[in-house]
Design a protein around this ligand. Structure first.
Ligand code: GDP
Length: 177
């Protein structure tokens, strides 16, 4: 989609995943390069936009952060129906959040079949102690490969992996165009 100036292309990205995996924190790290340690519950959804230049193209990234709570699930399709990319996040220290990934993919299935979508699997909180890790990196990376997803481990806290993940996601989108 071209905007009125005919220059910046709009790219809509949605963040999905169970609650407290760090979706809002990743969005805030990417958009404002900051991290807040207090826990804030996202009601419904929060939106930010960031300009990015990828492979000579000027893009406007519209980042939608969704709520993981079951009660908002009925609203989810409103977020992703016109999305170009989805980032599905789990917490590497909470195995249940990784086990939920398949459900998130199923949720998106119709949309993926119909319009295609660039997908990223993100294991967040990689700053945590290795002894607290519950999801082996190799296991997650194989899952991502099987499902044609980009894979990164990130830390919204330190910033590790955040920019590379967004950059690869957007590059893949730009390349698929
Ligand atoms: P959301 O519900 O998925 O949006 O999760 P939040 O972004 O609100 O984060 C939930 C909790 O995890 C908060 O207390 C954050 O400070 C914390 N958190 C988020 N990202 C990280 C991270 O990369 N490392 C660590 N150690 N904590 C994080």
């Amino acid at each position: 989609k071209q905007n009125q100036q005919g220059q910046k292309k709009d790219v809509k990205v949605v963040m999905l995943g169970d609650k407290a995996v760090g979706k809002s924190s990743l969005a805030s790290r990417f958009c404002f390069d900051k991290f807040q340690s207090e826990y804030e519950i996202t009601i419904g959804g929060v939106y930010n936009s960031v300009d990015m230049a990828v492979k000579g193209q000027q893009l406007k990234i519209h980042l939608w952060d969704t709520a993981g709570e079951e009660k908002f699930k009925s609203l989810l399709s409103l977020y992703y129906r016109d999305a170009n990319a989805a980032i599905i996040v789990y917490d590497i220290t909470q195995i249940e959040t990784f086990n939920s990934i398949q459900g998130w993919l199923t949720e998106l299935d119709d949309k993926i079949q119909k319009d295609g979508m660039v997908l990223a699997l993100v294991g967040n909180k990689c700053d945590c102690l290795e002894s607290d890790r519950k999801v082996p990196k190799q296991k997650a990376s194989e899952f991502a490969k099987t499902h044609g997803m980009i894979f990164y481990e990130t830390s919204a806290k330190t910033g590790e992996g955040v920019k590379p993940m967004f950059t690869q996601l957007i590059e893949q989108y730009a390349q698929d165009k």
